[in-house]
Structure formats: C-alpha cells, structure tokens
Design a binder for this molecule. Sequence first.
Ligand SMILES: N[C@@H](CCC(=O)N[C@@H](CS)C(=O)NCC(=O)O)C(=O)O
Length: 221
Amino acid sequence: MPGPFTVWTYDWVPQGPRGHVRDIRLRWALEEAGLPYAVRSVRFEDRTGPDHLAIQPFAQVPALQDGEITLFESGACLLHLADLSEALMPRDPQARAETLQWVIAGLNSVEMVSVPWWFIGLSKPPENPLEGWLNARLDRLSAVLATRDHLAADRFTVADLLMADILRVPKLRVLLGPYPALEAYTARMLDRPAFRKARQDQLDHFAAADAARAEAARAEG
Ligand SMILES: N[C@@H](CCC(=O)N[C@@H](CS)C(=O)NCC(=O)O)C(=O)O
C-alpha cells in the first residue's frame, strides 16, 4: 500500500520563483492521481544543513516521501508516482514506453537546453548563445505537437505535466509566439484543475511563510 505521501519544499523563497518551484510538479501529479499528501518544508536558510542534504544532496527541492521511501529529482519523483497511478501513466507496454521516453526527453532534451538558456539570459547578453539550440528543440517539439494533443499514448500523461511545466517558464513562454501548437498545448495543460490547485497551493504556502516571518520579526522586536 503506497503512501502516506509528503512533498518536501522550502519554507520560503523570494517572490520571483513563487509558482514555479519544482515541488509544483509533485503537487500537480499527486492532484492528478487523487493521492492525498502533506507538504513539509526545510527552512530556506537550512538547505545546506545535514538534515536536508541527507534528503537532497544538491541542497535543492523537491523531494518526495512515500511511506518508507524517500527520493529526490523531480523527474524521478514523477516516475515513482506514475508507477502508482494509471492517471499519470497507462499500463499498456507501448503507452508506458512512450510516456517514459517523453519524460526523459522533457528533462534531457528540452530542459537540459532551456535552463542554461534561461540562466545565461539573466546576465542580459546582447545575444544568448543558446537561443539557436533552444529554438531547434522548440521547432522539433512543435512539429510533434502540431499533429497530436498529447506527447504520449494519445492521452494526458505525466510526460505532458512535465513538458508543460518546462515550457511555462515566463521567459521561455514568450518564445512560444511563433509556435502556436506549443503555446496552445501549454495553455491546455495549464488549464487543468489539478495544475491550478497545485499552483495556488504553492503560492499560499509561500505567502504563509511571509506572514510567519513577519510575525517572528515583530516578536523579536
Ligand atoms: N534537477 C532538479 C532541479 C531542482 C531545482 O532546480 N530546484 C530549485 C527549485 S525549483 C532549487 O532548489 N534551487 C535552489 C538551488 O539550486 O540552490 C529537479 O528537477 O528536482
């Protein structure tokens, strides 16, 4: 019997990443699967402490606890949940293989380019040297999604959840203008009630931390 499930995240992050911290992938998947879960936080300032490093050796979030099992890496956590819920991944061998393939493609062919592209963009270079590489990936992904509504198995899977979360990063989403199939796909996925709940819950989680911190500062005088 799987569970109980706990999603680990930070207690607080600055405004910028709120709504985009990768615990949202786990929240979204658990919501899609209808699996109840708790959220636990590591204090942002304690992320390099031994307790958190024992769970996430890169001092990042998220991590997932499923009963006695603890694992990190959002992709690994998603695949773990997908093994537990047909809502996330069909059991038919071909459909399952397609789902696994597109989860890894999201992580290793798209996010592997989009995150460094985004990071280089932070320093506002006149030209981002990774833009051509990223556009080549978007070109190909767009060609796939111009012919179908989902990446794998002719239905929503955890691969769509992951890919939409990769594509919705605001700076990247702006680039989707010339790719109507990609923009429509992303918008469709983000319209899912499970995503909207996961996002709102994450925003509420960090807002509660603001309130708690303000209260602690007041108490300290
Ligand atoms: N490959 C990791 C990346 C995790 C990641 O980048 N987490 C961010 C939050 S979304 C984080 O913890 N950033 C703080 C840091 O890297 O120090 C995964 O997918 O779980």
